[in-house]
Each structure stands twice: as C-alpha cells, then as structure tokens.
Design a protein around this ligand. Structure first.
Ligand SMILES: NC(=O)C1=CN([C@@H]2O[C@H](COP(=O)(O)OP(=O)(O)OC[C@H]3O[C@@H](n4cnc5c(N)ncnc54)[C@H](OP(=O)(O)O)[C@@H]3O)[C@@H](O)[C@H]2O)C=CC1
Ligand SMILES: O=CC(=O)O
Length: 325
C-alpha cells in the first residue's frame, strides 16, 4: 500500500502525477482556520506532509501520530515548530537554492523602484500630471556607486552582493553572525556591526529569517541611525522590522523611503498607512514568485518528501540531527 500524505498546496500537474505514483494523497489548497478540522482529520493517517504557508504547530502534530517527514515549498520555516518536529524525530525539508537568484532580483528591483521612484512617478504619469518638462519635484536618487548594506549575508544576501558589486559598482557592508569570506573576496564586502551598517549605508537590505533574535531587530532606534537619504528594503520576514516605527520614520523624513516585500501582517491590511505613503513600494510577498522559480521550488519540495519518506535525505534538511538517530 502506498503511504498516505497530506498536501496543502496546489501542485503543477506533472508533479501531482509524480506524487500520485508514490503516495495516496489527501489534497487541500492551504491550512486555514476554516479547513483546519478536516486537515487534522486527514493527518491521523498521514506519513508525509507537503505544502507551504500554513502554521504547523504542536497541536497539529499531535493529530499526526504516523508522520515521518514534512516538506515545505519555501526556504523560510518560521511557521513550523522545528523543536517539536525534532523532538518527534521528524525531518523538515525546505527549498533553499531554487529561489536565491529570483529573490535577489526582486530585492534589486525594490532598491531601484524605491530610489528612482518608479511606481510613484509612473502613477503620476498615468494620472495626467506630466504636462511640461519635469522639474526637481520628479527627481530621485542614484543607486550606482552608493553603499549597499546587507543585513543577513546568507544565500540571498550573497546573490544581492553580486548584483550590487558587478551591476552597480556599489561598496558593500554586511552584518551577519559569522564572517562570509566569499562575499568579501568576490564582491569586496566588509563585515561590520549593525549600527555602523545603518549609519553608513545608502541602502539597507534586510534579508534575515524570523527568529526570536531577529524579531523587531530594526526599530525606532535603528531607523534613527540611518541617513535621511537612505532606503530600507525588507524582504526577509515582516516582523524583523517594527512596522509602526518604520511608518513614523517614513512620515517624518527620518529615512527617504522603503521597499517592502514582507510585512508584519500578510496580506497587508487595506488600511495600512504604508499604502498611502508615496515613498513606499509595497509588493505582495513575491520575492520568489516567477513561474519558473515557483515550479522549481515545488519540484524540489516533492523530491525532498520522496527522499525523506524513503530514508534517503542527502540535502535540504532543516533539522539534520534527526537523521543521525
Ligand atoms: N521575500 C521572499 O519572498 C522571501 C523571503 N525569504 C526570507 O529570507 C530569509 C533568508 O534566506 P536565505 O538567504 O536563503 O537564508 P540563509 O540562512 O542563507 O541566510 C540567513 C542569514 O541571516 C543571518 N542571520 C540569522 N540570524 C541572525 C541574527 N540574529 N543576526 C544577524 N544575522 C543573522 C545569517 O547569519 P550567519 O550567516 O552568520 O548564520 C545568514 O547570513 C529566509 O529565512 C526567509 O525568511 C526567503 C525567500 C523568499
Ligand atoms: O518567503 C518565502 C520563502 O521561501 O521563505
């Protein structure tokens, strides 16, 4: 008999077929408050769980006594209770390499769009405001040769450093827990304390995972250290930035602007003050959302689940200590 799995994300047709060759599938589009009872019911029998986005907590795991592997179609895993999975000796698999370049492209797009006011100016053109040669009211700030500050020099940080160095000839400062020699040797990046990075960077790109240590790492005090001409780009996880503090900093000119792909609450509420600020470019958490990359992530997640349920994990395990037991 094929092992039973619960899938809570719609799969491309060929990947769905691949899953069906290996498993008996109970399919959901997501895990929501509305369907949680049905998901919990399906989990009673499930040996595998595949999806992304929904919260996988202790209560959910308590309803999955036969679960042997979990696979997420994302690199971030802050919505999973990793400690609880590890205690139960369940490997959690993720998709770290498939999306790196696409997310770095998105971050660079936010840098350019915010600095050069691409969205704001395009909206003014569409509104019929371009009636004569433009003056300073339409001007923006340069990106090339300015200092790029990267908070979180992981896979995406490194890919951003590559773009900033070769594409825009930018000096690069970075902050991370460890030293990243590849970024230093290939892209001339220099490691520094967060305060120095905030004070000296023209663009502060925050690419951190959401953890207890990173929650609200960038708040009022940190924003006050930034140049008034600087741009903050947030593309790691929303709660890393204290959003009310950022809104104040954007309103009172503490910083020039913000490019954001992630928010404290997603989807961003319609009444968020961020939506009415002309110096904000807001994207709907689409860092990795190209057709190709989302397919590659889904394929990686399917491969990961098959490998994990076959006891054949070679890479991409968040809690590899469970494999050694
Ligand atoms: N907007 C989007 O659509 C997407 C967002 N993401 C988010 O981006 C995050 C980063 O992805 P990725 O680059 O692949 O991850 P990595 O794990 O490769 O990089 C994370 C980086 O964060 C650093 N870091 C972690 N905690 C701290 C801390 N307390 N202080 C300073 N630095 C810290 C790490 O430092 P060190 O190297 O020293 O360990 C590392 O450099 C993901 O966790 C996810 O949340 C990812 C994909 C898409
Ligand atoms: O936010 C997206 C991810 O893959 O993590």
């Amino acid at each position: 008999m094929k092992p039973s799995i619960v899938v809570y994300k719609k799969q491309p047709a060929d990947l769905q077929q691949r899953l069906e060759q290996h498993f008996a599938i109970t399919q959901f589009d997501d895990i929501t408050e509305e369907n949680r009872a049905q998901v919990l019911d399906a989990l009673q029998n499930a040996e595998g769980l595949l999806g992304s986005g929904g919260r996988v907590d202790k209560d959910l795991l308590d309803h999955a006594p036969r679960l042997r592997a979990v696979s997420t179609s994302s690199v971030g895993y802050d919505n999973f209770d990793v400690a609880e999975l590890t205690r139960r000796e369940i490997p959690l698999m993720h998709t770290p390499t498939a999306l790196t370049d696409t997310v770095a492209d998105t971050v660079m797009a936010l840098v350019l769009a915010t600095a050069r006011r691409v969205v704001n100016l395009a909206e003014r053109v569409k509104a019929g405001e371009w009636t004569e040669n433009v003056g300073p009211d339409w001007f923006s700030i340069d990106v090339h040769h300015k200092t790029m500050g990267i908070v979180g020099m992981g896979r995406i940080g490194l890919a951003l450093a590559q773009r900033a160095h070769f594409g825009f000839d930018m000096p690069i400062l970075y902050n991370a827990r460890s030293q990243h020699t590849e970024a230093e040797e290939r892209f001339g990046a220099r490691k520094c304390e967060l305060d120095e990075l905030l004070e000296k960077s023209d663009f502060v790109c925050v690419l951190l995972p959401m953890t207890q240590q990173t929650f609200h790492l960038i708040g009022k005090e940190q924003l006050a250290k930034m140049k008034s001409s600087a741009v903050l780009v947030s593309a790691g996880r929303g709660p890393v930035i204290d959003e009310p503090a950022l809104i104040e900093a954007l309103k009172d000119g503490t910083i020039y602007g913000a490019g954001m792909d992630v928010f404290e609450k997603e989807p961003l509420p319609k009444d968020s003050p961020l939506l009415s600020l002309p110096n904000v470019v807001a994207l709907p958490h689409v860092g990795s959302a190209t057709h190709q990359t989302r397919y590659d992530m889904a394929a990686c997640a399917v491969d990961n689940l098959i490998a994990a349920l076959n006891g054949d994990v070679k890479q991409f395990c968040v809690n590899p200590e469970v494999l050694r037991k």
